[in-house]
Design a protein around this ligand. Structure first.
Ligand SMILES: Cc1cc2nc3c(=O)[nH]c(=O)nc-3n(C[C@H](O)[C@H](O)[C@H](O)COP(=O)(O)OP(=O)(O)OC[C@H]3O[C@@H](n4cnc5c(N)ncnc54)[C@H](O)[C@@H]3O)c2cc1C
Length: 358
């Protein structure tokens, strides 16, 4: 019986585990993840705003593994040796494998080392980080992409409800939501203004001192808590070993989700770049899509069958929470802002997370 080791309890592995509840695979399967829970980022904004409790936004991976007859180990993997077929955990343990699948997400680049800078990655840090951040005297979010916009607006909404000063700031080196197109940028700017968010667009931080930061447009901004959401960077796991990576350090896989050099290594979600689609956005939508394919391909690989290719959809529905149970829905050039998008988002997110509960 060969041994399949799953590293990380990300979206793709949750889908694989869910499949194992109804289909058994005659192999030893172990899942090693940094925490017994997987926190679902689609509901981070709702938690920030105070609409969801901790239990609403997380999946108990350990329990899911138990039901799927998979051994769960809580450990952070810090080394991988494809020649010996071993991985090393921060606990000091070494684990052997025959086949491995990696779904550990991405990291966030650190501006500077300071305890005041809140990190929400790995995602089990999210809840405690955001609870401290939203209480901060001078909370500043850095990054004007979807994550930065959502958490800045949700923090502003939470502060309003909880009678805290309305002084949340958002700094973005590009126009807000630039990857969503001009119309979405214009709309979110109007929404941010209406909700009292102070936005600094097309500005970069040049200096960061203890209590102030200075931008390249010479704005001197007071801060007590910083939340850095400047886009995904590769996990240090790949920078410190001999695996083939893309130009910015992510695990490079073929469209079958197998590593090019070592076909017994699979990768899915944010941590991997599919060679055929290097510019594919790193988001939960594609992590879920890849999870469905990964599930089939891991089974096919273990049964010596041909593997299937990943073919991403061209467009995807995106709904960002903008606070006060409102959302911005975009689909290609189409967009809609208001209560209805938020209700659709709530329904989709709840259905997804409930599919891992029993
Ligand atoms: C605030 C915010 C809101 C977002 N909202 C959305 C949204 O609405 N829709 C959307 O599509 N995308 C959204 N995203 C992006 C989305 O979070 C990521 O693209 C998605 O989580 C990637 O999924 P994943 O399965 O690859 O990894 P993750 O969800 O990050 O899961 C990785 C797992 O691996 C574990 N892990 C990490 N490192 C190790 C290690 N070294 N060893 C062992 N285990 C490890 C972690 O504990 C975690 O369980 C959002 C991101 C943020 C920051």
């Amino acid at each position: 019986m060969s041994k399949l080791v799953l590293i990380g309890g990300g979206h793709a592995h949750l889908i694989f585990l869910r499949e194992l509840l109804t289909t058994s695979i005659p192999h030893e399967i172990v899942l090693i993840s940094a925490d017994p829970y997987q926190y679902y980022s689609g509901m981070f904004s709702g938690f920030t705003e105070g609409l969801y409790e901790m239990e609403d936004i997380r999946v108990n991976i350990e329990q899911l593994c138990d039901r799927a007859s998979v051994k769960f180990v809580a450990d952070t993997i810090i080394g991988l040796n494809p020649i010996d077929k071993t991985i090393e955990g921060s606990s000091g343990h070494t684990y052997s494998f025959d086949t491995i699948s990696i779904n550990i997400g991405s990291s966030i680049s650190k501006l500077v080392n300071s305890t005041a800078i809140k990190s929400i990655k790995p995602n089990y840090k999210f809840a405690t980080s955001i609870e401290a951040f939203r209480l901060g005297e001078q909370p500043v979010v850095i990054g004007g992409g979807s994550a930065g916009v959502e958490l800045a607006l949700s923090t502003a909404a939470w502060r309003k409800t909880n009678k805290k000063e309305a002084n949340v700031k958002l700094i973005s080196s590009s126009p807000l939501l630039s990857s969503y197109g001009k119309k979405a940028s214009i709309k979110i700017r109007q929404v941010a203004k209406r909700k009292g968010l102070e936005v600094f667009e097309n500005e970069r931080i040049e200096h960061l001192n203890q209590n102030f930061l200075i931008t390249d447009r010479n704005h001197n901004i007071k801060w007590s808590h910083l939340l850095s959401l400047t886009g995904p960077v590769a996990s240090p796991l790949f920078t410190e070993n001999v695996l083939l990576r893309d130009a910015i350090g992510f695990l490079l896989v073929k469209n079958t989700l197998q590593h090019k050099q070592y076909p017994f290594i699979f990768g899915a979600g944010d941590c991997a770049t599919v060679e055929e689609y290097p510019l594919l956005p790193k988001n939960g939508v594609y992590a879920v899509r890849q999870g469905q394919l990964l599930t089939q391909n891991l089974k096919r690989y273990l049964e010596n069958q041909d593997l299937l290719p990943f073919i991403p959809q061209k467009r995807f529905l995106s709904i960002l929470s903008t606070g006060n149970q409102e959302g911005l829905l975009t689909y290609g050039p189409f967009y809609l802002h208001g209560k209805i998008p938020w209700r659709i988002k709530h329904h989709i997110d709840k259905r997804f997370i409930d599919s891992f509960r029993f």
